[in-house]
Write a protein that binds this ligand. Structure first.
Ligand code: PBG
Length: 324
């Protein structure tokens, strides 16, 4: 028998593999999440996220400079709000001199060309740890979207390039877009967490920001993990309402959703490889059960291959250092 087609010919050396490789990874693919705290001289490791830190503004400067020097040009900011500033309405979120607003300015000060995205949701500011305003044990929708729009405007005024609403309220993209247009922030973009699931993989993140829900869970607003068609509905609606970039979250367990969405939308698709995904690999590597770098590269490659144009990942720095 003579085989006419031998697929292994295209795998026999690194040179041929590189030549026919369908997906490549570079610093350009990444959006780097950053956790910011009040104070000075603070770089606190997050216990459930080994190698990942919360920074006070002075040390944030150093970190941002390092990211920029590594070719990482986009960050996604999160703040840890002191307990005494939390309330049901997230009042502190609108403070023009609040931690988020100062963090945006700090990043722009040390790296003016760094793209700054900000998380928009009430949970870090909420005394209930929920993404919206609570009334009679329910997270109310329309009052919440009003605050989210004001919050987005405040971030835009502080210099944010994109706002990233992560709350999953109905109609929030429209509310945000309308207010930004009205206030002439026509170039402030919206990256919508459009298909965000009620996932158990956010645990370490909630440790990082001390933002775990004080009662119940987030299942009345975040998506049911069992649903696939609904992700397309959510995403198409957000695009109609004005989202510039859409997102699927978490990453690895949801790559079917990423591909479904990639096949039907004409805007960039972001994927958030979340805190629990980071923690799992760090823990397995610590035990010597997995090869950290090899598995990390395989994971980000898989996310991109599935259809991600943008990867929000706590591994961004590790990946870029490994590539260079
Ligand atoms: C806030 C928000 C969360 C994450 C991003 N923005 C947590 C949540 O919805 O409870 C999770 C990110 C991660 O786990 O890395 N709404």
């Amino acid at each position: 028998m003579h085989l006419l087609r031998r697929n292994r010919r295209l795998r026999n050396s690194e040179a041929i593999r590189a030549l026919v490789r369908e997906t490549t990874i570079s610093a350009d693919d990444f959006l780097v999440p950053l956790f910011v705290v009040e104070g000075s001289g603070i770089q606190q490791e997050i216990p459930s996220m080994p190698g990942y830190y919360r920074y006070s503004l002075d040390l944030l400067k150093k970190e941002v400079k390092e990211l920029w020097s590594l070719g990482l040009k986009s960050v996604l900011l999160f703040v840890k709000v002191p307990d005494n500033l939390k309330d049901n309405k997230g009042t502190e979120a609108l403070n023009a001199d609040g931690l988020m607003q100062r963090a945006i300015k700090t990043v722009k000060e040390v790296a003016p060309d760094m793209l700054v995205m900000t998380d928009v949701a009430l949970d870090p500011y909420s005394s209930y740890g929920h993404d919206g305003i609570v009334e009679d044990g329910y997270i109310v929708n329309d009052k919440t979207t009003e605050v989210l729009a004001q919050m987005s405007l405040s971030h835009a005024q502080a210099g944010a390039d994109f706002v990233a609403p992560s709350d999953m309220m109905d109609g929030r993209i429209l509310a945000i877009r309308e207010l930004l247009e009205k206030e002439k922030f026509v170039n402030t973009g919206i990256m919508s967490y459009s298909a965000k699931y009620a996932s158990a993989f956010y645990g370490p993140f909630r440790d990082a920001l001390d933002s775990a829900p004080g009662f119940g869970d987030k299942k009345t607003y975040q998506m049911d993990v069992a649903n696939r068609d609904e992700a397309i509905k959510e995403t198409l609606m957000d695009i109609d309402e004005g989202a510039d970039i859409v997102m699927v979250k978490p990453g690895l367990c949801y790559l079917d959703i990423v591909r479904d969405i990639k096949n039907v939308v004409d805007v960039p698709v972001a994927v958030y490889q979340v805190s629990g995904e980071y923690a799992m690999l760090k823990a397995a590597a610590e035990k010597g059960w997995l090869d950290h770098d090899a598995v990390m590269m395989e994971q980000v490659m898989a996310i991109k291959r599935a259809g991600a144009n943008i990867i929000a990942s706590y591994f961004a720095k590790d990946v870029v250092k490994l590539l260079s």
